[in-house]
Design a protein around this ligand. Structure first.
Ligand code: ATP
Ligand code: MG
Length: 611
């Protein structure tokens, strides 16, 4: 009864215009959980830590719970929340709505799409006490498609754009770069549902533009690359990257027309060699010589010294039986085989450096066919690739493959010509021929135009405006790694003294540091109030009021944490009446009277970092 009365009286207060009391609370380092450390943590489990990992630990923003799993301490979380708020604003501006789905998902839908199997060991699988199968969500396409399928029946309810910010779980093999690659991490995932391919494409373009605005507001240089669609699938895909030397991705980009692509799928024009020499499979095996004897590469256009690698392609025949093809992939010696391009052209294959390794993987199995993939790097002078063909090979097999049993007596050789190599810097841009340059980058976001891949597999449909047949939804999915963004911003913006936060995502924009005597701390409180009154967000200022550490120590801590602005209230203030304001990024210093402080920060209210 008492509780009901209390609730009742509170409600009345609010309906009578009850106001929050004016807070006299000041954010103080002495009251904060921000365990900074001057000690350098350099290694973890024998591996060198990346800078963002070291700095988040030293600046007291996060702690490791176990490998790839972290607690965010208050300062780290404050920055994460700011990143999320920017994303919220930009997505709401294009009509997206936030929802929240569970993290423990039933296996059933994932079996329907096939990803229960294809996701491999990266997926955390578990069972409840009754034996029902679940997974810890690595992403949510299956869950959202099933949900929308149940709730949306008509074209009148479309389009739908819904997103969430939740934890994702992936049993990453290389969970060793702090927040850059965690086993548990925070992701924003947006899913869109449209009536037609055309509408879905418009949605896709709008989201990509919103992503660009998000990245600009985050305040560090970024690149947008054409990307591979990987395990998610679909037809059209872009990656958003923050440029950093610790990035796991390589981008190839054109300084002239702006073409940028992940190395995984970059297509470049291979410069022609001044002299062309007939192909010799010099470094290769008898298989290579045998292939050479078949005269499959146009001698007019070849480059010297190809390199051969091997592959096994396992396919199911229409009658359900298995078919295995042994492949030789020939590229110019300076080129790596690009497995993603090979998988796209031929199907999922295993690639080996030597025929011995392929033979070992084959074991007792018989092969049905042989194939030779002739890479474009072997005929850079030809405008169009020769046509792929199949031929029956008569006569004796070369010694090094004679041991490999073939299903039929006379083996078939398929010859494929195409782009099976990794581009290199210096290759020509596919649009304007300018030499491409390369840079390391961290993928922070990925956008996919999915089409009906998930809606068709999960049989989720709507009734269109015309026609009598229900249609599957045209979908898109769009991920942004929020914890990875936090770490990538630090990778892109730090120096030997610590983090250099962009204004938009700093845990606090301004720190007041004082000498350790009581008088300076008292003046510091007044400076705090003046700064706070001029800031748009009241909780963007903090005072380092500790009595047990020196001003110099506090300034070092402030540089480590990386606040964009530091206001120093030292003994000098008592003499001159001026505070010193330092800018972390540029190092510029301003001496300002107490009365000038509010104006100084008010002027910088809308400062957006320039790129
Ligand atoms: P990667 O190739 O780096 O493993 P991915 O292609 O698996 O990334 P997506 O499935 O597209 O990533 O996920 C969307 C976003 O989630 C990524 O762009 C990235 O920002 C983030 N992300 C993915 N895996 C991790 C991870 N293990 N730790 C932190 N963030 C991650
Ligand atoms: Mg991954």
């Amino acid at each position: 009864m008492g509780r009901v009365l209390a609730w009742d009286s509170r409600q009345r207060c609010s309906s009578l215009g009850f106001k929050r009391h004016a807070s006299t609370f000041r954010h103080r380092i002495s009251r904060s959980l921000v365990p900074t450390s001057k000690q350098k943590f350099v290694h973890v489990a024998g591996q060198e830590m990346v800078p963002s990992q070291q700095l988040l630990l030293r600046a007291g923003m996060m702690r490791q719970s176990s490998s790839g799993i972290y607690s965010m301490l208050p300062f780290g979380l404050k920055s994460l929340v700011k990143i999320e708020a920017i994303i919220d604003e930009e997505l709401e501006d294009i009509g997206c709505q936030k929802l929240a789905m569970p993290n423990m998902l039933p296996a059933e839908n994932w079996k329907k799409t096939g990803r229960w199997e294809t996701a491999g060991p990266e997926m955390f699988k578990l069972k409840d006490r009754k034996g029902a199968e679940f997974l810890l969500a690595p992403t949510h396409e299956e869950e959202i498609t099933t949900l929308i399928g149940k709730e949306v029946q008509s074209y009148r309810q479309l389009p739908i754009r819904v997103y969430q910010v939740t934890r994702k779980f992936r049993d990453e093999l290389r969970a060793r770069s702090g927040l850059l690659r965690g086993k548990e991490f925070l992701m924003k995932d947006l899913y869109t549902f449209d009536v037609s391919e055309e509408e879905a494409r418009k949605t896709y373009d709008e989201v990509v533009e919103a992503y660009r605005r998000i990245m600009t507001r985050l305040g560090v240089p970024y690149a947008v690359a054409e990307a591979d669609t990987g395990n998610i699938g679909g037809s059209h895909s872009h990656e958003f990257h923050i440029l950093s030397r610790v990035g796991e991705d390589s981008l190839l980009s054109c300084s002239s027309c702006g073409y940028t692509s992940n190395e995984e799928r970059a297509v470049g024009v291979i410069p022609e060699e001044p002299s062309k020499v007939a192909t010799k499979f010099r470094n290769s095996t008898d298989l290579g010589k045998w292939v050479e004897s078949l005269d499959l590469i146009p001698r007019s256009a070849v480059r010297i010294n190809p390199k051969v690698r091997y592959g096994l392609l396992h396919e199911a025949e229409q009658d359900g039986s298995a078919k295995t093809t042994l492949l030789a992939v020939a590229t110019a010696a300076d080129r790596q085989v690009n497995e993603i391009k090979m998988n796209k052209a031929l199907g999922k294959l295993e690639v080996f450096d030597t025929l011995e390794e392929a033979r070992g993987a084959l074991g007792e199995e018989k092969v049905s066919r042989f194939a030779l993939c002739v890479d474009q790097s072997l005929f850079p002078g030809l405008k169009t690739a020769p046509r792929s063909k199949s031929m029956t090979v008569d006569g004796a097999l070369p010694a090094d493959i004679a041991g490999i049993s073939c299903v039929s007596g006379s083996p078939v050789l398929d010859v494929h010509y195409g782009d099976f190599h990794n581009c290199l810097p210096g290759d020509g841009c596919p649009h304007c021929a300018t030499p491409l340059s390369t840079s390391r980058a961290i993928e922070v976001g990925h956008t996919f135009l999915l089409g009906t891949k998930y809606s068709a597999a999960l049989d989720t449909t709507f009734m269109p405006a015309t026609g009598t047949e229900p249609l599957p939804f045209q979908m898109g999915c769009y991920g942004l790694g929020i914890t990875r963004l936090l770490a990538s911003i630090i990778e892109a913006s730090h120096d030997h003294r610590g983090i250099q936060w962009p204004e938009s995502v700093a845990p606090y924009r301004v720190v007041i540091v004082t000498s350790e005597d009581e008088e300076c701390i008292k003046i510091g409180d007044e400076v705090y109030d003046a700064v706070q009154a001029s800031l748009k967000t009241k909780s963007d200022v903090i005072i380092d009021d500790r009595l047990d550490v020196t001003l110099g120590f506090k300034m070092k801590d402030a540089e480590l944490i990386g606040y964009p602005w530091m206001v120093v209230v030292g003994k000098g203030y008592l003499r001159t009446g001026n505070v010193e304001v330092q800018h972390r990024l540029t190092g510029e210093k301003h001496h300002i009277t107490f009365d000038g402080i509010a104006e100084f920060f008010a002027k910088r209210r809308e400062v957006r970092p320039s790129l």
